[in-house]
Design a binder for this molecule. Structure first.
Ligand code: PLP
Length: 373
């Protein structure tokens, strides 16, 4: 099979209809299978539609195997718990997706698992936080909502030196733009609710890794039970066939919008790794060969609420990665639980807005923003 992502996105894993010769994989909703051979069962993560999606994702991420989950959090927490036991320590980069941050704070200590959250800007500091109990390093790049870049290859090298497992949340980049396994990362997770689904109409998650590590995660996953059903898997397969087209258009639109915003007097700081003056630009160029993604954030100089109210095309909504452009105020959504002082410390002002760029005509998006300003 061709290595081209465009071809893989359409063909990898898809079986077609072998009974009638149809070109599309049928939906196999059965939750009861003959037990004489391998027992297929949705919660065993081995039903036909689950397998198709996993093969497509593994192909797009250059991984050997994977698991498709009911949500991104199911993928993240199951992967994490599968690698850890009581007394272990896990090292996180400190700017994490809100859900992962809260899950860590509220769950890990209860199971006797210790953690630290450390900035990855200075990898010497990051390395200094490794203890003899440390088993896992967990990173996320580009980060939410400031689009900070962590050097994936450098972290993977550090982990190998200390014999640690690495997990990355690759949601923001999507498998089209960034393949962390190529840079030495062990486990790649996704909130498939975002770019993988791509139409803001389904919830799923994924983990992609070596066959050996996936077998280990699967052993825990069938206990925790966060599996995905056949109908959703069918929709995911359908979505994946256009992920390369969608994300390439989103990359292009986001790059154009970032340039426009930077030149616009009524806009303050613009955070987009594709911009030459972004502090992570050089690293991003190396580790995001497919493009810099469809996510960016910026500060408005005027009243952010008024700006948001005036937008007509760009919808005010949480979540991201859909074909439609959406915008959020991190201070009011993902980071609402932090105090104003805490937000200031991490660089998230009340004027910061996060834009998930869709596949619309970019001139229409620019005009919408111009009008709202
Ligand atoms: C949305 C998101 C998650 C959580 O995924 P769900 O599908 O909502 O469970 C994890 N990480 C990132 C970066 C996300 O954007």
């Amino acid at each position: 099979m061709s290595k081209s992502k465009l071809t893989q996105s359409v063909h990898a894993g898809s079986t077609g209809d072998t009974l009638y010769g149809g070109v599309v994989t049928p939906i196999y909703p059965s939750a009861a299978y003959d037990y004489e051979s391998e027992v297929l069962y949705p919660r065993y993560f081995n039903t036909p539609n689950q397998k198709v999606v996993v093969q497509k994702l593994a192909a797009l991420e250059n991984g050997q195997d994977g698991l498709i989950f009911s949500s991104g959090m199911a993928a993240i927490m199951t992967s994490m718990f599968a690698m850890l036991r009581q007394g272990d320590h896990i090292l996180f980069q400190n700017d994490l997706y809100g859900g992962t941050h809260h899950a860590t704070l509220s769950e890990l200590n209860r199971y006797g698992i210790h953690y630290s959250m450390v900035d990855t800007d200075d990898l010497k500091m990051f390395e200094a936080a490794i203890r003899k109990e440390t088993k896992v390093i967990y990173i996320e790049t580009p980060s939410n909502p400031l689009l900070k870049i962590t050097d994936i290859a450098a972290v993977a090298k550090l982990a190998k030196k200390h014999g640690l497992i690495t997990i990355i949340d690759n949601t923001f980049a999507s498998p089209v733009n960034q393949n962390p396994i190529d840079f030495g990362i062990d486990i790649v997770t996704h909130s498939g609710t975002k770019y993988i689904g791509g139409h803001s109409d389904l919830c799923c998650g994924a983990a992609i890794a070596s066959e050996k590590l996936i077998a280990k995660i699967r052993a825990s996953a069938l206990h925790f039970g966060g599996s995905s059903d056949a109908q959703t898997c069918y929709l995911i397969e359908r979505s994946l066939k256009t992920i390369v087209l969608r994300v390439r258009q989103q990359n292009k639109n986001a790059m154009a919008l970032a340039g426009f915003l930077q030149a616009e007097g009524k806009i303050g700081r613009v955070n987009y790794p594709g911009l030459k003056d972004h502090p992570g630009h050089r690293v991003a160029r190396k580790q995001m060969p497919g493009g810099f993604g469809g996510m960016l954030s910026f500060e408005v100089k005027g009243n952010p609420d008024q700006f948001l109210r005036r937008l007509k095309l760009i919808r005010k909504a949480v979540s991201l990665g859909g074909v439609e452009s959406t915008i959020t105020s991190p201070a009011k959504t993902s980071h609402a639980k932090l105090t104003a002082a805490e937000r200031k410390q991490v660089g998230i002002s009340d004027k910061l807005l996060r834009l998930s760029v869709g596949i619309e005509e970019v001139e229409d998006l620019i005009n919408d923003i111009k009008h709202a300003l």
